[in-house]
Design a protein around this ligand. Structure first.
Ligand SMILES: NC(=O)C1=CN([C@@H]2O[C@H](COP(=O)(O)OP(=O)(O)OC[C@H]3O[C@@H](n4cnc5c(N)ncnc54)[C@H](OP(=O)(O)O)[C@@H]3O)[C@@H](O)[C@H]2O)C=CC1
Ligand SMILES: O=C1O[C@H](COP(=O)(O)O)[C@@H](O)[C@H](O)[C@H]1O
Length: 497
């Protein structure tokens, strides 16, 4: 995990960060605010420089002014102090460039002329031009053996396109210097899964099919497609959310303990999980996988349009905005343990959580009416509030209650337990790690490709059957069939929100 950069210090953040697409949505909405927060926390090396690249012809003052306005709009007023802002803006440089034209790249080389610190190239642009950019950086002599590249999701549309993009990146950067972002890996509680599982002997010994009956992962979004019809209708929820974020969560829940915290030790274990994911067969389609698409409805009392009425919609689209599935990991640790996953847009609230359902005691001695209650659950909440709760059974208090059981949480709410600790945005952590040259929170090529392979298999089966998605009203928890999918196993989605 620890690497040395050219400035000689392990984990130093002294880099030149070169941001392609610096005026785009991601850069303005997420990356500059994250970098500002790193500045404010004193985590940026004083010598670190930031170069913004974009097609539009801003001069440096115009660019700084644009970034300042974005920060004023995105950073909470109490966190935006003028001194930090001035220090941050002073780090920024700007060059206008058409990324697909090799001629302009000499200007980047010039900008770097006397710099000895590593260059981190962040590609905040569509993946279809990653190849051009990497090639032009290489042929124009901008790269050396310390240069790193950060790439955004989605990496491709399927295994074949993803392999093409990865090949183009690999022609300029070795895998050890490629940082593939999955922003879920930057979320505090997601990283906490590693601490929770591997630092607590209590869980370490129980984390297998002998003690866990099933696992649930819900990633519900209140938002719809947010004006991104062009992208989303080609992708759908499986490619947009399952191929990356949900499968990464499955990996962190299901992987075996890595030998150490080195990036490759962790990623080797994640790949084993992806390889062991159960493939879907035709007979599972109706039973174990449900695709849905939202119709008009209301959320928080506000009317919202259906998917087919969104701006720019093709009213015949069968693209799914919701997926629920029952899958599993075919190995000794997880044999017979279903993993129920569901994710959708326009659900009643934003909620991302993992629920580990432990098995019941082998011999039950309490009130037979309470038998269903008698199992522990570990609820790991990623958002909106981050926290971990272990549901335990205790005796109901009161003289008249006998040995009746009561279910209650041993609850760790990060905001109230550690009130002074600001929970950083995922991009803050990811940017910090890439500047330090640490890869453990980034996705390796084989992870991306195994995840695509598994999704491609499901998509091919869907395409063959060509069934329209089931409708669900915006503001609901998805199609009724997604509830039937889990109740057919005598279980239900965890609803104690
Ligand atoms: N926005 C988000 O929340 C998320 C984005 N991503 C990924 O991040 C990446 C960036 O997304 P996003 O910021 O939304 O995209 P945008 O389209 O908003 O930004 C991309 C920027 O790159 C510029 N650009 C494109 N082609 C060229 C070119 N040939 N020369 C110079 N500039 C060019 C665009 O300029 P112009 O406008 O002039 O074309 C635009 O400013 C994508 O890979 C996306 O999939 C991933 C997760 C979330
Ligand atoms: O990558 C993506 O993630 C967001 C959801 O991210 P979150 O951190 O808000 O949970 C999703 O809305 C978007 O469609 C997808 O591309």
């Amino acid at each position: 995990m620890r690497q040395r950069n050219r400035s000689g210090q392990a984990g130093s953040t002294e880099v030149d960060l070169v941001l392609f697409g610096a005026l785009g949505d991601l850069a303005q909405r997420k990356l500059f605010p994250a970098l500002y927060h790193l500045e404010r926390e004193g985590l940026l090396d004083p010598a670190t420089r930031l170069l913004g690249l974009a097609r539009q012809g801003h001069d440096l003052d115009g660019f700084r002014c644009r970034v300042e306005k974005s920060l004023e709009a995105r950073v909470k007023t109490q966190e935006l102090d003028r001194e930090t802002l001035a220090r941050f803006l002073a780090r920024l440089d700007f060059l206008p460039l058409d990324f697909t034209c090799p001629e302009g790249y000499g200007a980047i080389r010039e900008w770097r002329r006397h710099a000895s610190r590593p260059m981190v190239v962040y590609l905040s642009v569509a993946a279809r031009i990653y190849g051009d950019i990497c090639r032009h950086l290489d042929t124009s002599g901008c790269l050396d053996d310390t240069s790193r590249v950060v790439v955004e999701k989605p990496i491709g549309y399927d295994l074949a396109s993803s392999a093409g993009i990865n090949d183009a990146i690999a022609a300029a950067f070795p895998e050890s210097r490629v940082y593939r972002i999955d922003h879920y890996l930057g979320k505090e509680t997601v990283q906490n899964l590693i601490a929770l599982r591997f630092a607590n002997p209590l869980f370490g010994t129980q984390w297998n099919q002998n003690h866990i009956s099933h696992v649930e992962i819900t990633v519900a979004e209140e938002v719809g497609i947010e004006g991104r019809w062009g992208y989303f209708d080609d992708a759908g929820q499986l490619r947009d959310m399952v191929q990356n974020h949900l499968l990464q969560l499955v990996c962190l829940i299901a992987m075996d303990p890595p030998a150490n915290l080195d990036a490759d030790a962790i990623r080797d274990e994640k790949v084993k999980v992806l390889k062991a994911l159960k493939p879907f067969t035709d007979d599972m389609l109706g039973r174990d996988v449900v695709r849905g698409q939202y119709t008009a409805g209301s959320i928080d009392g506000k009317a919202v349009p259906g998917y087919l009425e969104e701006e720019g919609a093709n009213t015949k689209s069968h693209t799914e905005s919701f997926v629920a599935m029952k899958t599993g990991v075919a190995n000794w640790r997880w044999a017979g343990v279903p993993f129920y996953l569901r994710t959708g847009k326009r659900m009643p609230e934003k909620l991302s959580q993992i629920v580990i359902h432990f098995r019941q005691q082998p011999h039950y001695i309490f009130d037979p009416d309470q038998r269903d209650l008698a199992a522990n659950k570990l609820v790991i909440r990623l958002q909106p509030e981050e926290g971990i709760a272990l549901e335990v059974l205790t005796k109901d208090s009161g003289l008249d209650k006998g040995m009746r059981l009561r279910r209650g949480p041993l609850h760790l709410d990060f905001n109230s337990a550690f009130p002074k600790t600001r929970i950083p945005d995922a991009y803050e952590r990811l940017l910090l790690e890439v500047m330090k040259g640490q890869q453990y929170l980034f996705v390796r090529r084989d992870e991306v490709e195994h995840a695509w392979q598994w999704c491609d298999n499901l998509i091919a089966a869907w395409e063959e059957h060509d069934e329209p998605p089931r409708r669900y009203p915006a503001g609901s928890w998805g199609p009724v069939a997604s509830i039937a999918m889990i109740t057919q196993d005598g279980r239900s989605w965890y609803e104690d929100y």
